[in-house]
Ligand binder design. Sequence first.
Ligand code: HEM
Length: 326
Amino acid sequence: MGKNVKARHPRLPWRELKSKFLEFLAPAMVASAETMLERWKNYEGKEIEVFEEFRFFTSEVISRTAFSSSYIEGQHIFEMLMKLGFLLTKNSLTIRVPGISKLFKTGNEIESEKLEKDVRASILGIVRKIEEKVAGQETTNSLLAWTVFLLAHHTDWQEEPRKEVPQIFGKQTPNPDGIAKLKTMSMVINECLRLYSPVGSLSRKAEREVKLGKFIVPANVDLLMSCLSLHRDPLIWGQDAQLFKPERFTEGVAKATNNNAGAFLPFGVGPRTCVGLNFAAIEAKIALSMVLQCYCFTLSPGYVHLSLQQVTNRPLRGVQVMLYSL
Ligand code: HEM
């Protein structure tokens, strides 16, 4: 921010800001997961399709978080509307000479035009924010469904994160402090993001001619990078690249990728990196912790393994699992 530009709000230190953000988000996510698990009671001992379930869950999280965070902005809009109403009434009572009113505007008219513009801009701002969150709904939905698929297929890996959940939260619902400590859960999520990256490819446009390794990319060329093939490349991940092995992330992403920052890109790279990264990670960890606390699951015989790359990489026929109460 430039020297002469005043901050609109007093600055909070980053750590404090992040914890305030978490304090607000985590309870909304926990409440949405509770609603989902309440529904799951009807499926105990039966088959459940979790892609659709997580669609309800991720949509509910959005409506709880996006709309309530718009409350203050909404209040500001209502204040502006009240003032606008007052000015419009005043303008309508002012006697104007026909014709002149088109050439000269009164102070009240100028102010009401400005207010009208501000109201429009504020409403568009809220809509844009909600749109951004909706953009993240499908991706988190896919991540959760693919993770349940992988854990249902590799039941030994269900036990590891399940043990960790009570160690960290006891019998409580997930809280912001504990979420950061879920190490095995992070490994499982990273391995799922590697194998079933919800965003299958990243796109960029070359603004000018650039040298990319041994290639010269001319200006204005559209580039598409496939995260799916990058994440399964044996030259980067080894001969077991196709296998589900969360242990490769035991010592973090840097170690798993041999410090190759361009090898693991589920959330993109550079200045356009996903802005919802933390939001998605917290949401996924809360949902999975709560599911694992209550249930174990195996793949249903009816499950058909097909993925569809349409905006996101998602299971085409859903993910059916058999649900057992613990
Ligand atoms: C598992 C969940 C998610 C995945 C895998 C994911 C992945 C991505 C990827 C790959 C990009 C493009 C980055 C690039 O081109 O370098 C992106 C951009 C974006 N994501 Fe996400 N995302 C997820 C969740 C979310 C959530 C929850 C939100 C909102 C709360 C969100 C909001 C956005 C926005 C606004 C952009 C555009 C950023 C820009 O162009 O500057 N995402 N995401």
